[in-house]
Design a protein around this ligand. Structure first.
Ligand code: HEC
Length: 179
């Protein structure tokens, strides 16, 4: 079979084109495409933006429960106090258990129950158990008094804390007045 000059030329062009295209594809698959710089920059910014709110949420706010105390029910607090009963007695003159007896604790000096061995963390607090102090402590005992031996996670809901504090307030011969 004989090829004309034009057929040969056409064949040569086709083969060259095919070889060029083939090597281009191979080259492309071997060398990873460089990312345009803007898109990686944008990805970093986007990442920074999404992680920012988590950082802002870190410092825990302990809300003021003054208003909640006024409307809190001591009966609801008595129910919540069941969580505390594993470690605390509440009756007047009752002996301490794992935790100190809590009769008349609202307004009382801190870490002052006779015969109870407090942790250094609790003994070092000083002052007395006002409403705000109890609210902060019961939110997260380990955060309020790092090193405390009260192994209790805390009461998350402010309304539940208010109720238990109002219940504790009533466990006294002379309850302190509400704030
Ligand atoms: C797992 C046992 C445990 C539970 C549950 C527990 N406590 Fe305590 N509590 C303790 C211990 C132990 C201490 C003494 C902490 C120290 O010395 O660091 C303490 C201390 C306290 C104090 C300080 C008393 C003082 O004399 O200064 C208060 C107030 C208190 N607890 C309230 C509560 C309330 C309210 C609850 C329930 C919501 C509760 N606790 C649940 C073990 C517990």
């Amino acid at each position: 079979m004989k090829f004309s000059f034009l057929q040969k030329l056409g064949g040569a062009v086709l083969v060259t084109a095919w070889v060029l295209w083939g090597s281009h594809m191979i080259g492309e698959s071997l060398i990873p495409r460089a990312q345009p710089p803007q898109s990686t920059g944008a990805a970093v910014v986007a990442k920074a933006k999404t992680s920012a709110p988590a950082k802002q949420a870190a410092p825990e706010e302990i809300e003021d429960i003054g208003a909640l105390l006024a409307s809190a029910s001591p009966d609801a607090g008595k129910k919540t106090f069941k969580k505390c009963k594993a470690c605390h007695t509440i009756g007047k003159g009752e002996a301490s258990k794992v935790g100190p007896n809590l009769w008349d604790v609202v307004g009382a000096d801190r870490a002052a129950r006779d015969g109870f061995k407090y942790s250094a963390a609790m003994a070092g607090l000083g002052g007395n158990w006002g409403f705000e102090e109890l609210n902060a402590f019961l939110t997260k005992p380990k955060a309020y008094a790092p090193g405390t031996k009260m192994a209790f996670a805390g009461i998350k809901k402010a309304a539940d804390r208010a109720a238990v504090i109002v219940f504790l307030r009533g466990q006294s011969d002379a309850p302190v007045s509400l704030p």
